[in-house]
Design a protein around this ligand. Structure first.
Ligand code: ADP
Length: 536
């Protein structure tokens, strides 16, 4: 891919990657077997990224502008904890300005009036521009987030582009129905954009979350105010600029940086925002739902936390199960809402699985995410780093067995050793709470009825993984597990067309795929008598 070819001009040390055709499937990173131990030295000697940080202001009404207050806040490099940019800090007034630009663009601007085909072409031109800038975007994403550059460049950027191709394809295929109602009436439904969409995104996949939110909203003809996570404001500003270069009219997509309780809360409670979409923690999801309800009752889509089971049956090929379970948990530094964070293993293969899982975790390559072959970078920030370490302490205190890891790696930045716990019991905090870090919990089970019940005994219901060769087992589990996604013999397959979202406290609504369009459309029923009625 282009990102790989031109990378050497962007990084101070040249790296070379082979191309990956299956880049849209994040699970393509699974299966690598790099026989190296993590060392503290690997996280001290850092590559200096040679990418410019071009945009740090809000993007409102097509213009980069300072915060109304003039304030800025720091964006960090999680490899070192050093400040890499100072970014405009949004608050109520910035959100007001952005919403008023989005309102005007929706009520008066060309966007909702242009043909769906013209909108689709802007999305396609944007996707092409992102593809051209994907090396710069991947490097910026890694710099501000800490995820491995190879993952950003080979999986996430191609998936980002694919998502916009997918939504461009939908833009001119959104239409209502003719309804066979009783009586002499012609009844039709019009599927109309909702209006101004407020979108609040997290820091773990800044670009992918942008695409999941912005793609369907624009395909349906809405206008947007997007609030990025305070930890990762940089890449959204660059892609939003590219959107304008692709011909997006001003005011259609406004990006405000800032903190949650200020800028985020102002957006969630704004009276002129017609719809809210949020991805983040369950606790914050409850807050924004309440803000939306107390203001103008705007509909809310929530994609929240998870504690996904990954269930390995006794017929499994243990080596393959170990690799997939490892990937399901450790991918993206364990910072995935759907991470397979409860690894249930059948008692007949438990000992072998445990031994091999521990060896696999010890082989995991932790280091500077810009370096080739590195599988795990730092956690996003000091707060998350401390939180993960405190969960590790809780696991030890509750008498789970610490098989490996358990400490920070190096002396700067937010690196944590890949950590494996065995003998984990269902009622331990580490088996109940979302840890959001590189901490695998392995639990033993005896039979299928028991594991179904235990897997479902959680307040979350985002995803689940099942590893078995037995079709009956797979069929039974896919129906019995109460989760928005069930991956059978695979994990983290995130195609643009596959819906994603949660049961229970993992959220409300679905993103991606055809279902995501429902979030951004109003249905209007239009009823016309077939003959002129007597009363006119
Ligand atoms: P985390 O705890 O993992 O950082 P959060 O759910 O707090 O996750 O953050 C996800 C997004 O929600 C971020 O963009 C953040 O700024 C925003 N956010 C946090 N608190 C609030 C709030 N009170 N109101 C609105 N948005 C918020």
């Amino acid at each position: 891919m282009m990102a790989a070819r031109r990378l050497s001009s962007l990084l101070s040390r040249s790296l070379s990657f082979s191309s990956s055709g299956a880049a849209s499937l994040l699970h393509s990173l699974a299966g690598r077997n790099i026989n190296r131990f993590s060392t503290a030295a690997a996280v001290e000697d850092l590559i200096t990224p040679q990418v410019p940080i071009r945009y740090t202001q809000h993007l409102i009404n097509g213009q980069f502008v300072d915060a109304a207050s003039g304030k800025t806040f720091p964006a960090y490099d999680p490899r070192s904890g050093e400040v890499i940019a100072n970014v405009a800090e949004g608050d109520v007034e910035d959100i007001n300005r952005a919403v008023s630009a989005a309102r005007k663009a929706f009520d008066e601007g060309p966007w909702p009036k242009m043909t769906a085909y013209e909108r689709s072409r802007i999305l396609l031109r944007f996707a092409d521009l992102v593809e051209k800038h994907s090396d710069e975007l991947a490097a910026l994403e890694t710099w501000n987030n800490g995820k491995p550059f190879e993952q950003a460049a080979k999986s996430e950027l191609p998936l980002f582009v694919r998502l916009f191709h997918y939504y461009a394809g939908w833009a001119d295929k959104i239409h209502g129905l003719t309804v066979p109602a009783d009586g002499d009436y012609h009844v039709q439904t019009l599927h109309e954009p909702v209006g101004v969409a407020g979108q609040i995104i997290p820091w773990n996949f800044p670009l992918i979350m942008f695409a999941w939110k912005v793609g369907p909203a624009l395909a349906c003809g809405n206008t947007i105010v997007l609030k990025t996570a305070e930890q990762t404001p940089l890449t959204a500003l660059l892609v939003a600029k590219l959107f304008h270069e692709a011909g997006l009219p001003k005011g259609v997509l406004n990006v405000v940086s800032g903190y949650g309780p200020t800028a985020g809360a102002a957006l969630a409670s704004h009276m002129d925002v017609d719809k809210l979409a949020f991805t983040g923690s369950t606790d914050t999801g409850k807050i924004v739902l309440e803000l939306a309800a107390r203001s103008n009752l705007k509909p809310v889509t929530l994609e929240l936390g998870g504690k996904s089971p990954f269930i390995v049956f006794e017929d499994a090929d243990v080596d393959k199960a170990v690799e997939l379970a490892h990937f399901a948990l450790f991918f993206n530094q364990g910072q995935c809402c759907c991470a397979g964070s409860r690894t249930f293993v059948h008692e007949r293969v438990y000992d072998e699985f445990l031994e091999k899982s521990k060896k696999r975790a010890l082989r995991r390559v932790v280091g500077d995410p810009f370096k080739k072959g590195v599988e795990q970078g730092p956690q996003i920030d000091g707060e998350q780093f401390e939180k993960v370490l405190s969960y590790i302490r809780s696991g030890i205190e509750s008498n789970a067995t610490l098989e490996c890891g358990g400490n920070r790696l190096g002396s700067k930045g937010f690196f944590i050793q890949p950590t494996v716990f065995s003998n984990v019991q269902d009622d331990m905090v580490i088996a109940q709470d979302e840890i959001f870090g590189p901490v695998q919990s392995i639990l033993k089970f005896k039979d299928i009825d028991e594991v179904i019940q235990r897997a479902n005994r959680t307040r979350y219901g985002l995803a689940a993984g099942v590893f078995t060769k037995n079709v009956d087992t797979a069929n039974r589990l896919m129906r019995a597990l109460r989760a928005g996604t069930v991956w059978i013999n695979c994990f983290d397959v995130f195609d643009a067309a596959i819906p994603f979202g949660g049961y229970k406290m993992s959220g409300i609504g679905r993103e991606k795929g055809i279902y995501s369009l429902h979030n951004y459309l109003q249905v209007k029923a239009v009823v016309t008598p077939l003959k002129n009625p007597a009363w006119i």
